[in-house]
Design a protein around this ligand. Sequence first.
Ligand code: ADP
Length: 162
Amino acid sequence: MNKAIYPGSFDPMTNGHLDIIKRASKMFDEITVCILKNTAKTPLFSVEDRVKIMENAVKDLPNVKVDSFDGLLIDYAAANDVHVAIRGLRAVTDFEYELQIAQTNRKFSKDNLDTVFLITSLEYAYLSSSTVKEIARYGGDISECVPEDVAKLVYEKFGRVN
Ligand code: ADP
């Protein structure tokens, strides 16, 4: 089976992530969205909440699963016999960071984990989880950035009822 993993923080997941997931799900037999604990970031949502949010967002995509992992992506991939990681690329600024991660994962997995990049769709090129949080914090409209139920949860986190 042609499997791939889509790793990230997804704090919270956005329509940009969902676009990548839908496109990747047509290229592979099975996609596992893997929510990784990111020690460099203080999250808005717990890993458990992010898993639930993502599960709900992909419920109509039969070949997409959701999992979480606290550790190195290469270890998760080896344990689950997956050899492809999907990442999304927005602006050139993503490239340098992604290049380094992709090369590191390839080297430390002894060539067992390769990365496939999907270029963001134009309408989501500006979108990031951080932007969504920043806009929602100040009561801005995030309805075009995330699914409706996710927007509600994000506003709740900031004590807003929109
Ligand atoms: P990170 O793993 O760096 O914390 P995220 O959880 O925000 O990143 O995103 C996971 C993956 O999705 C990354 O590859 C990121 O580049 C990609 N991504 C994020 N937002 C978008 C978007 N709007 N369009 C396409 N890809 C995106």
